[in-house]
Design a binder for this molecule. Structure first.
Ligand code: FCB
Length: 454
């Protein structure tokens, strides 16, 4: 074996509510900002999550796939629009029932539930009031987290407050790529802060309702930038430390204020907020796909403050082409980047970590074999996962406490702005028939899990 993993290391796969559930108008669910975004022409081909993988109805089939795969844990997300569909109203029992069935169904199959509370599907009624630009959103989302934790309690192994707040702030309010697509550049810093505040309030609400049993975490897509030291440092402040430092150290770096002077006054940070944000968590979730190459451009730093940007405060940084090979997303393949990121993050923050997402979009083709069975031969994905697992193992050998690894994703699904054009699953989805076909990577991963190693 080139890498072996301890018995308590969690092998799993991950999904998210809006990407797989469908049933957009059922059992009282209200629209989310992603329903609005996808229905107003912001996704490739006009794709929406209305049906997606129909997992809302086919959840048992999906749990059986997980059991067949032999995973230790399954990371999925709860949709606030199902649980709190009415502004100011009571929780929706049908929404809670659905997630309770999933949790109990997982436990019955010997699989640990890892629950993400916010994976981007904010109710539209909160979006209408400014979404994450509005401080009140943090309080509403924390209340919802408490409602879910009250119902699911300590049956959940790990509660994750937020998935990738970088995306739900910079990509959504700074740029235009994700819902609501505001394109307000530095306005995104208010969303950053309100997401941080939500994280802190959510952890407290969850602890209060579910007790000390479940682990608490947050999942960040930390950037691994390579190149010019000044450019790397700038982006580290804006993209990484803007979340890590308040959550894990209780402050924003002074340098972050310095590099955003003139475009943001940070007046939305109120007295006491940092104490609320800085709550103990047990494990840090890391989503990792690729790396960037960056350089200082020589341009002035702040041309116009209102320009759409996913990196406000870094208008003088250039993104350079990365070395191939690239995935079907155009992302480079750099397993060393994962190793380096884990080592660096542990060095700085000393928390155990889980790779909560890692995987590859491929141009998968469904083939019918001579014996009539359907198959997808995704050798590239197997190689991608194998090399990244090796990188995790290397970090562990060097003393980094890694608790698990989750392949994104169990199923091909609604890949946000790219709709159904990008396939990340280890199970192939036929979007016409909703038939699920395990790919070669599924069988290979099953072997890795069974052998607890490569
Ligand atoms: C991450 C998201 C996840 C999925 C993958 C490919 O940014 O958390 O929902 O879309 O990328």
């Amino acid at each position: 074996m080139t890498a072996s993993f301890p018995d308590d290391f969690l092998f799993g796969t991950a999904t998210a509510s809006y990407q797989i559930e469908g049933a957009a108008n059922e059992d009282g669910r209200c629209p989310s900002i992603w329903d609005t975004f996808s229905h107003t022409g912001h996704t490739l081909g006009g794709d929406t999550g209305d049906v997606a993988c129909d997992s809302y109805h086919r959840w048992e089939e999906d749990l059986d796939l997980l059991a067949d795969l032999g995973v230790d844990a399954y990371r999925f997300s709860v949709a606030m629009p199902r649980v709190m569909p009415v502004e100011g109203g009571a929780p929706n029992p049908k929404g809670l029932d659905f997630y309770e069935r999933i949790v109990d169904g997982l436990l019955a199959r010997g699989i640990k539930p890892i629950v993400t509370l916010y994976h981007w599907d904010l109710p539209q009624y909160l979006g209408d009031q400014g979404g994450w630009l509005n401080r009140d959103t943090a309080y509403r989302v924390a209340e919802y987290a408490g409602v879910v934790a009250h119902r699911l309690g300590d049956r959940v192994h790990t509660y994750t407050t937020l998935n990738e707040p970088w995306c739900s702030s910079y990509l959504s309010y700074g740029g235009t790529e994700h819902a609501p697509g505001l394109g307000g550049g530095p306005k995104a810093f208010a969303a950053v802060h309100h997401l941080n505040l939500a994280h802190g309030l959510m952890t407290q609400a969850i602890r209060g309702e579910a007790g000390d049993g479940p682990e608490l975490s947050v999942t960040l897509n930390l950037q691994m930038n390579r190149g010019d030291a000044d450019a790397v440092h700038r982006l580290d402040l804006i993209a990484n430390r803007a979340f890590l430092d308040p959550m894990l150290r209780g402050y924003y770096p002074e340098e972050l204020f310095a590099v955003t002077r003139g475009i943001c006054d940070w007046s939305f940070v109120q007295d006491g907020d940092l104490e609320q944000i800085h709550q103990p968590i047990d494990v840090l979730g890391i989503n990792y796909y690729s790396t960037n190459r960056v350089a200082m451009s020589g341009r002035p730093q702040f041309p116009q403050s209102a320009t759409a940007s996913t990196a406000p405060g870094a208008s003088d940084v250039d993104w350079l082409p990365t070395e191939g090979p690239h995935t079907d997303m155009g992302w480079n393949i750099d397993p060393d980047g994962l190793h380096d990121l884990l080592v660096r993050t542990y060095d700085q923050y000393r928390l155990p970590m889980v790779v909560t997402e890692n995987g590859m979009a491929c141009r998968d083709e469904l083939v019918v074999e001579a014996d009539g069975t359907k198959a997808v031969h995704d050798a590239e994905r197997i190689e991608y996962v194998r090399r990244h697992l090796e990188a995790v193992s290397r970090a562990m050998t060097e003393g980094v406490p890694m608790r698990g690894y989750f392949v994104w994703s169990l199923l091909d699904n609604f890949e946000w702005a790219f709709g159904y054009a990008k396939r990340f699953g280890i199970v192939y989805m036929d979007y016409e028939t909703l038939e699920r076909t395990p790919k070669d990577s599924f069988r290979w991963y099953r072997g890795v899990i069974a052998n607890r190693g490569l």
